[in-house]
Each structure stands twice: as C-alpha cells, then as structure tokens.
Design a protein around this ligand. Sequence first.
Ligand code: MN
Length: 221
Amino acid sequence: MSGEDRLRTYRGKRRFDRTGEPSGTRSRSAAGSGEPLFVVQIHDATTLHFDFRLEVDGVLKSWSVPKGPSLDPHDKRLAMPTEDHPLAYRTFEGVIPKGEYGGGTVIVWDQGTYLPVGHDRRGRPVPFAESLRHGHARFELRGAKLRGGFALSRFRSGGDGEREAWLLVKTGSARAERDRPGTPDPHRARSARSGRTLRQVADDPDDVWESDRPAKRGARR
Ligand code: MN
C-alpha cells in the first residue's frame, strides 16, 4: 500500500481547514543520510500522553505511550497503536484547536534517527516493517534524549473488543543502565526543536509553527 493510502485514516479524523497539522500531501524531501527518522511528541490532549513515531516505508508508524519512553530497562511502557501519520508530522509543534480531533498542545520531546536491528535465525536481516507485522521489533535510537537499544513488542493482538497493545522497553543491561533517568515530568520537559515547554507553546502557538503549511500569524482566536 502506498503512503498516501495509509494516511486515509489520519486524514479522515481531521479537518485541515481547522487544524494546523500537516495533511501529508507532500512527500518527504530528499534527506541527507537516508536513515529512518523517529520523533516523540508530548500531546496534552484529553489525557496527556507521549506519541512515539518511527518512519517506516514512507509514513510514521505511531503509538500512544501514556507514561512516555523510559531509559530504564526495568520500565515496560504501554504503547497503544494509533493511525499512521505523515512524515511531515515529525516537526509538528503547536496547538490543535479545542473540539478538533486530538485537540490540545503538542511539542516535539525528542527527535533523531533510528537503526533497525533485526535478523532471522540464519542471521539474515529482516525488513523492519516485517518485524512490526510479526509483533516484535528492535531498534537503536539516536536522539537528543533517547539513545540506545529499544524494543516494541505486541502483547495483545486486538479483536474481541480488545484494543491491540504493545510494550516499549529499553533493552540492554539493566545493571549497566541502573541509574538512567526515567521519563521527566512532561509539564517541565522542553522541546527538542524549540526548547519550549507545553505551557509556552500553548500560550503562544503562532510563535513556533512547524508544519508544511504557511504560518497563520494573527489567526488566533
Ligand atoms: Mn496523540
């Protein structure tokens, strides 16, 4: 399926004349290294959560992580899959209007690239998308805050009225990483793009407007 088709759910939830979120109609511009990207956003919506997104085959595969990722391998963080997002979403920081889908403030908590880590029993590399389909994917994050090995594992496949559910876990030696910090207070956390807090973006959303749409200065209501 093409990236465009896979964004149908994303687009169906949003009214792009009301929200500044990217519609995802532009494809990714030629990036330097070609390494796949990741982003973690903090989203102060009805329930505050982190959105963990990995670039896979032209879209951002996405999980909502209520507590956010942790660098402590003991922490198993619930990660609920959400709809694929356009690649342009990785820079989105701003305020989704009240009453719109996901209404609330978004900041980019961390960003960077990742290295898929996957091979079959014979040591041959397995495409990352295939690892995800099988419900277990390992990767190394190279972000400003998150660095090192992580794994996403599906523990509930969904169906029978239950939602599909995954765990996001830091891999590696628990002893070596014992003193690593967990997740900082999302209200004090600062954007990896703008250095701003949720509050600062909420107070002046037009000051940072990072989407593929032109800035709408003075359009605040
Ligand atoms: Mn969200």
